[in-house]
Design a protein around this ligand. Structure first.
Ligand code: LLP
Length: 421
């Protein structure tokens, strides 16, 4: 469920009309709904009710400070994967004890930053990384709380580019080697073992792989405890999928996901951490764009819009589907027709949809790409020297620009021409 609905024939974000925002900021832009973000976070809180837990929002899905502050103020923790994300969490007012640090390639500088600024735990992905954390913590005279991310060799049954839990993927320590790695961790100075971490992939629409992975974590936890480790937390990662089409998709609900957690690891007496990104932010955002031209090709019509693959890369990168809807609701009975919806970037890959059935549209009409709140703005680039597009947040009948559109001058000012030129 989200809060982007037609009211009096015009698409709204909560109580604000999309054309009103478009008139104020120009197109293209992202717009996020506070009510949807809040609702989705609450669903996870409910799903884990009864277990000690912390819902850590995966910042990589949407890192705007206003989004982070909205969630942080509700009590969310944050899952960060870089020094930049760590600083964003802190800037949004989230205390270090609610921040977990994941990622396969944490540098010494990033480890130093998190240790000195405060961190709940590092999710450690390799033995060499564990040794560096030990060295940096020892130099600082601090103790680094760690969980080892284990790779359970479970097929997440999702797109190959976002599956992470198979042994051929670069993530985590093979579960068969985990006990030896924990033994080494316990012997290292500056390291305090607190938990086990797992994350098997993103956009999972089946609960079975979660159950399989969590059972492996359960078994490992029991072995580790028998080996003398004090395992007090389980970080079960993120990955619960969302519906990208309104019609035929019904992925499992957070409540069902919570039930799997309770059934598999609920009795271990551990504090549970989860790292959802997409389910919280995905359907809390849309991308609004204008039609520049309608070009009638041979046997197909191209709708050329002012957003492009640099603004929303998911269709060209993963072949992802985003529903595309007109901002002004078509009159009942208007027949849809097929369009290839494309951006202005000079690549054939800059195609959002092929043969998509949409009611007739023409130049200057506004259209919205739904489900664009996760992995949208964060993956944008300035390819073709197109400045990053603005982000707007709506809360009831108010809206605010939460990242403004940079000017062309600002974009050019970042380059330097060497003195010999
Ligand atoms: N935790 C870890 C360690 C992760 O690597 C990820 C996502 C998450 C949590 C959050 O997963 P979520 O709940 O959002 O599924 N750019 C891709 C998705 C990449 C996901 C990477 N890791 C896309 O646009 O589909």
């Amino acid at each position: 469920m989200d809060h982007f609905l037609y009211k009096d024939g015009v698409l709204h974000a909560e109580d604000v009309s999309i054309p009103e925002i478009a008139a104020a900021v120009g197109t293209p832009f992202y717009v996020y709904s506070t009510a949807t973000l809040t609702r989705h976070f609450a669903l996870f809180q409910e799903a884990l009710d009864g277990l000690p837990h912390l819902v850590c929002f995966a910042i990589k899905s949407n890192s705007n400070l206003a989004v982070l502050k909205t969630l942080g103020d509700l009590g969310a923790g944050m899952d960060v994967v870089s020094g930049g994300e760590y600083l964003r969490a802190k800037a949004a007012g989230v205390p270090g004890e609610r921040i977990v640090f994941s990622g396969v390639g944490k540098t010494r500088e990033e480890i130093h930053l998190a240790l000195t600024g405060g961190i709940r735990q590092f999710n450690v992905e390799s033995e060499p990384e564990m040794r560096v954390i030990s060295a940096v913590a020892s130099e600082l005279g601090l103790e680094a709380p760690i969980a080892l991310r284990v790779n359970p060799d479970v097929d997440a049954k999702t797109h190959e580019k976002i599956a992470t839990g198979k042994s051929e993927n670069k993530f985590g320590i093979p579960i068969a080697k985990a006990r030896a790695a924990y033994a080494e961790a316990a012997s290292l100075p500056g390291i305090k073992v607190v938990g086990v971490d797992v994350h098997i992939g993103s956009q999972l629409t089946d609960l079975e792989p979660f159950g399989a992975a969590f059972l492996k974590v359960r078994e490992l936890t029991q072995q580790l405890r028998a080996d003398g480790h004090n395992i007090i937390r389980l970080d079960l990662g993120g990955g619960l999928g969302i519906p990208y089409t309104r019609s035929n998709e019904a992925p499992p609900l957070p409540l069902d996901y919570g039930a799997v957690i309770k059934r598999t690891v609920g009795d271990l007496g551990c504090e549970i951490e989860i790292e959802p990104g997409r389910l919280i932010s995905g359907n809390a955002g849309i991308l609004v764009t204008s039609v520049i031209y309608l070009k009638e090709g041979e046997g197909r019509d191209f709708l050329i819009v002012d957003a492009a693959m640099n603004d929303l890369v998911r269709p060209s990168m993963y072949g992802a589907h985003h529903d595309i809807v007109p901002v002004v609701e078509p009159a009942p009975g208007t027949e849809a027709r097929p369009y290839d919806v494309v951006g202005p970037v000079c690549e054939t890959g800059d195609t959002f949809a092929k043969g998509r059935m949409i009611t007739p549209l023409g130049a200057d009409d506004l259209v919205a790409f739904r489900s664009a709140g996760a992995y949208g703005a964060v993956m944008a680039s300035e390819y073709n020297s197109r400045p990053l597009i603005p982000e707007v947040m709506v809360n009831g009948d108010q809206f605010a620009v939460i990242r403004r559109r940079p000017s062309f001058e600002e974009m050019l000012a970042r380059d330097t021409i060497p003195e010999w030129l």
